[in-house]
Design a protein around this ligand. Sequence first.
Ligand code: A3P
Length: 287
Amino acid sequence: TSDHTGLLLGISFPRLIYSEQGLREVENKFQVRDDDVFNVTYQKSGTVWMLEILSLIHSNGDPSRCRTVPNWDRGPWYETVLGLQTARSNQPPRLISSHLPIQLFAKSFFQSKAKVLYTVRNPKDVFVSLYHFAQIFRPYKEPGQLDQFLEQFLEGDVPFGSWFDHVKGWMGLRGHENFFWISYEELQQDLRGSVERICRFLGKQLDAQAMDGVVENASFQAMKQNKMSNFSLAPRFLLDQTHSSFLRKGIAGDWKNQLTTAQSENFDRVYREQMQGLELSFPWDEL
Ligand code: A3P
């Protein structure tokens, strides 16, 4: 696979698992149900973590389903060719994951009562996570030198396009009652408190024991040990975890170990340009 990614509907997608027809189908034909719950992120922002949390909330903290069904079947990425089939055939209430920018999301969502949970993460950590991921995820092209890959990331010349556009687009829905956002850093700092907020948004009540089940089984360690959540069942032609892992470090602030001062300052400059004037505050702003 030499030409890995292509522009589909103006955004770069890896050709191995996405098709233009599939993307159009998702945008124009996918029937969103009022009881659908969408787990939306820019890639590497905590998608599979939130997927696990939502699966566990649904099962009242009981991990049986999380330990027997792969996460990509529990919360399929509906914009992939296979994920679309799974999303369509899963029983309601459905949990659906997505990295789509808002302009390519299923149109029928906007007339529905379905819920979106949007997870954001410090973009410097997103970048570092993506840099490592791109080295093991076969549908992506090799990222090459970090410095060069950073330029591409800041210009939005990576799969799913610009982090800035993605976040600005989705965060435009804040204030809507079917939209909830949270950061990776908040999940890190206070998982239990975050799960409580998520439950409130979902209208779901968990007793203390169920809450313990969610928090324990959604921990980095528990997920790393769970074959259904650590992607060890993913076929080799998609993911090769011999040199790095999907669940790599699972910390906030790893960018400090990976970016030079100059790279970090360059990042800050682009960040300020792109995010100026937005009345949004994120946990990483004061860093
Ligand atoms: P790192 O590469 O920084 O370790 P996504 O699911 O959106 O692709 O994001 C993957 C990132 O989320 C990886 O970051 C991964 O380790 C982290 N992650 C997944 N589950 C986690 C958990 N339970 N706790 C902390 N981080 C988690």
